[in-house]
Structure formats: C-alpha cells, structure tokens
Ligand binder design. Structure first.
Ligand SMILES: C=C(O[C@@H]1C=C(C(=O)O)C=C[C@H]1O)C(=O)O
Length: 113
C-alpha cells in the first residue's frame, strides 16, 4: 500500500513552516522572472519593429550563438545546468522570432497590432 499526503495536517509544524518559507521565496522569484521576461519582451518587440521598418530578417543566428555561449558560461559559474540554460534561452528566442515574423507580416500588409 502506498501512502501519500494530500495536505499538511499530519506533518510536523516546523516542516510546514519551512515549506511555507521556501515557497514564499519561490513565489517571489517567479514574480521576478515574469517581470524580467515582460521587460525583455518589451525590448524585443522594439527590435522587431526596427527590423520590420528596415527589412531586416526576424532571426539572427550569429547573435543567438553568441548569446547561447555567454549564457552557458554564466550558467556554469552560477552552478546551473548549462544545457537547461541553453534550452530555456532557445525557447524564449523561438517565441521572439515568431513575434518578429508577425510584426514583419503586419508591416507588409499594412495592419497594425
Ligand atoms: C531580438 C533579436 O531578434 C531575435 C531574437 C533574439 C533574442 O530573443 O535574444 C536574438 C536574436 C534574433 O534571432 C535580435 O536580433 O536582437
């Protein structure tokens, strides 16, 4: 038979307190990540409009390669898995490129968003 906790009713109160303290930190970090991502997307949106105005390609693989190398080095010194850091950055960049393509299409068709 397996046992599982659905709540914290039968758990040592000190453990409950420690869990709440750690989760509070996690919530603060998640909020910071969301705010930082929002700022990053504001900047990349501006890059997207600049590129569209000057008919520059949405993606810049050379810039991406430099960012990945830099982020992997930062991750290593921060004791974060560099492969995870690379995956995370690639995930964000893919979304940015999608936005840039959309901005460029809207510019061509004279639509604004
Ligand atoms: C934001 C840019 O556009 C794309 C998105 C990038 C990013 O999100 O960091 C980097 C390179 C480009 O593929 C850029 O060229 O700087």
């Amino acid at each position: 038979m397996t046992t599982s906790h659905t709540g914290t009713a039968d758990v040592d109160p000190a453990v409950v307190e420690e869990l709440a303290r750690l989760r509070n930190s996690i919530d603060n970090i998640d909020a910071a990540v969301v705010h930082m991502l929002a700022e990053r997307f504001k900047a990349t949106q501006q890059v997207g409009h600049l590129k569209a105005r000057h008919q520059l390609p949405a993606a810049d693989p050379a810039r991406e390669a430099r960012q990945i190398a830099r982020l992997r080095a930062l991750a290593e010194s921060a004791k974060l898995d560099p492969a995870f850091a690379e995956k995370f950055l690639n995930f964000i960049i893919a979304e940015v490129i999608r936005h840039h393509e959309r901005i460029a299409e809207d510019a061509v068709h004279g639509t604004t968003a």
